[in-house]
Design a protein. Sequence first.
Length: 366
Amino acid sequence: MTSALGVALGVAIVIIIFLAISKAKSNKAHETRHSALVKVIEASQQLGTSTSLEAVMSVVSECVKTLLPVDSVAVYLLDESSVEETKLEAKGVSSAVGECFRNFDPDTEISCIGKVISERRALSYKDFNAEATDEAVLPRDKDFRSVMVAPLLVEGRAIGAVFVSYHQADKYSSEEQHFFGLLSNQVALAVRNAQLQEGLTQMATRDTMTGLFTHAYFQEHLGKSIVKAKYNNQAVALMILDMDFFKKVNDNYGHPQGDALLKQLGGVIRSVVTSKDTIARYGGDEFTVTMLDTNRTKAVVVAEKIRLAVEEFEFVLGANIVHITISGGVAAYPEDCTTKKELIAKADAAMYEAKKQGRNRICFSA
């Protein structure tokens, strides 16, 4: 009897210990889940305050590393500006082997990233190197062992994907996969918000017809450029270009064709200048080109190249091929002036002098 009682007590003690351990594990698991959820909430708050894609990418990397054990983080986004082909761009990469994450066309190259986007569902690999046998974009010899890829979904449409990896196999639990999915939802919203913000900014600074910078942007940019040039002891050149006899184009071919001509003219100017130069639609048929660290002589040479390119170009107006000319004026800071207002006035006066002398020529401030 005593022996049976001892056995019973022993069993009871074992059960109590087991329950205590189970409760402790349960509490620990609960604390872990709570901690992860808090991190996701904090990440969503950080992402919510990021209004540029660059800022979002930086926050994504930090948040993922806080939530999960990772070696590599990469955000891929669909290039929505491309109409001829589907293109995925690696926008946010944090990895010791960052060169492995390249842009690609998911229609021609098989990848887990493209698959996640097309199927709009997450993928995970216990051992990517062994399992992803059809992968054609990411190399399978770079310690991408444990891998998770989640789509970035906005209103049911995939705009990209987030890729994370760790150098040990079978590292991510089902709960970590769940929290990674929650985080990817927040990333998608932050990315779309940043894209919309940048789109609004571009709309405010770009002329809707030509795609060039607006008059307001030109004024702000020129002012800042002169201040910077003053402190760096550099020059700033400005050219103002005006189409000759633009009224005749509108009268003979109509305003829609006149608009088409302005757009083509902007393209010709863009083809001559460098990426460092800033082209703006000044108003009507007038354009400006702001050239940093450029004196008047160099600017006149560029302006003459533009004039010749325009004179030789065949502009298409409906079923017609037409040739046009431009007149231009050039001035430079500090050679010709000391303020932004004076620089614009000098370049404008030189442009009108070119008109006065017979058009189709470049004049400069004297």
